[in-house]
Write a protein that binds this ligand. Sequence first.
Ligand SMILES: NC(=O)c1ccc[n+]([C@@H]2O[C@H](COP(=O)([O-])OP(=O)(O)OC[C@H]3O[C@@H](n4cnc5c(N)ncnc54)[C@H](O)[C@@H]3O)[C@@H](O)[C@H]2O)c1
Ligand SMILES: O=P(O)(O)OC[C@@H](O)[C@@H](O)[C@H](O)[C@H](O)CO
Length: 553
Amino acid sequence: MSLALDSDSFDRFDEFSAAGFRVPQFDPRVMRKATTAAPTWVHLGAGNFFRSVHAIVAQAMLDGGHETGIVLANLRDHTVVENSRRTDDLFVNVVMNADGTIDPALIASVAESAQLASDAATGWDRMSAVFRQSSLQLVTLTITEKGYQTVDASGEALPEIADDVDCGPARNRTAIPALASLLLTRFHAGGTPIALMSTDNFSDNGDRLAQAVRSIADLWVASGQAPAEFADYVSDRQRVAYPSTMVDRITPSPSPAVAAMLAERGLIGADVRERSGGGPLASFSNTESTSYLVVEDDFPNGRPPFELAGVLVGDRELVSRADRMKVCTCLNPLHTAMAVVGCLLGFTRIAHMMDDCDIRALVEGVGRHEGLPVADTPSGLDPAAFLAEVIDVRLPNPGLPDSPQRIATDTSQKLGIRFGETIRRHVDVGDAQHLTWIPFAIAAWVRYLLGVDDDLAPFERSPDPLLPAIDNRLKGMRIGDPETASSARDLLADEAIFGVDLVSVGLAPTVEGHLGAMLAGAGAVRRTLHRLADSTRPEHTAKPSAAARSNHS
Ligand SMILES: NC(=O)c1ccc[n+]([C@@H]2O[C@H](COP(=O)([O-])OP(=O)(O)OC[C@H]3O[C@@H](n4cnc5c(N)ncnc54)[C@H](O)[C@@H]3O)[C@@H](O)[C@H]2O)c1
Ligand SMILES: O=P(O)(O)OC[C@@H](O)[C@@H](O)[C@H](O)[C@H](O)CO
């Protein structure tokens, strides 16, 4: 059977169903008509996570009788929206089970997609029209952590944003000015209230989005490019709200192996291609079965019936606690520690890393020993159980094609969030000097920055906006000379990166100790990790697994 992803398949859901795909329980044509007439939800940042969370939530609500879907927009890479349009905005979301089986679902909750790149007038005009409509309740964003930085400490626009600020509201190229510009259109059209909801991975993401949007509005007002009332509009939470969220579903980049499984089921065009901006692009997303979305109930123009999709809706306190639990202690710090160590030790699969007893010790150390004792407890969620599921079920899931290289992307943007808060909490209770695994993870990141693995072979570091600046700061550091670990001192004091000044909280010597040991020569990363793992095992007898040994130089 051949299953094509296009609008003809609206009449062929039974064939998808026969091939084992879950199918929409609504008529996409009716949904698209209703959404065009009265759009309620725009999403900015059409990546893989959107396809595995937002689009799934929307589909569940549509299956439950809700009438409108999502209007999707992307700014940076025109191939992303072209990819969505190639399949008439349909795609397949694949849940990867631990036993190697897959549960594919045909997703039809995107009503239309718009390209907002500066040369894409049609997409911009369409999105402006959507923002003028009073029916619009919600804009969600997945623009990555770095997408929220707009101004420096003195309130000056950052270089990437500066052009957009100077040009004023128009067809902006960067995400926050583009959003602010569309909001200005809404303001001029009567200023119906709206909620702007960050679904990127950091605590209090609503506040950060508010700050970013307001900073652009202020710059435009100051330069006479927007009326003063616009700054009031974006600062009045009754009119523009910024609900915070906790988002969780491990969603690796689309994998060729999954493409092959879908092709076996008859799906046409299930290949993996390259985005023009780098990274894979496909007509499907692949993810795990676990998924959490916790949303602050702050929607001044009403909201979609999230409860139909199992979304937890609550107050700010619930969201903040859930988010800090996940991002600062029980999941993301483990991920980042594994990512940099995995790149150094030559791993390409997170699940394989969990078979390595040294790496397991690292994960346990960062999560159970140093994260959990200071974790937040959100009402209705148990941090110990959450962490246990992460360590025992989610990270080892052999079906999930996740890689340390994906997770290592933009690490400089994440360290403050993933380790800084936890370090601060240990400082507050006076036991920061006992931390060793988090300092090890930080040292491993610095060692990773040298772009040379533990066998001393060069490797390509994942993209990160701070690489050139950091390379400059680490010029004095050399493998073969452990003493040069001290040249990282200035970097370690950088609160903007680590969320705390590691020198003044007294952790720099621990980080430099691990780093110096890892700089000793070939195999030094493994030896340092193994020694540390051994010293923290009660029985002091564990040996590296076969996977560890084969990676051990
Ligand atoms: N993938 C996951 O497991 C996961 C889980 C929880 C949260 N998230 C959040 O979602 C974000 C995106 O993850 P993804 O897996 O979809 O990644 P992705 O690479 O598939 O997509 C990233 C999207 O962000 C856009 N983007 C990238 N840099 C941008 C910038 N500077 N300004 C504006 N837009 C930008 C891209 O055009 C693309 O649409 C993450 O950064 C994270 O905050 C991801
Ligand atoms: O998406 P990032 O780049 O913020 O971080 C990489 C991973 O840690 C992240 O995507 C996790 O998979 C996710 O946070 C799980 O919910």
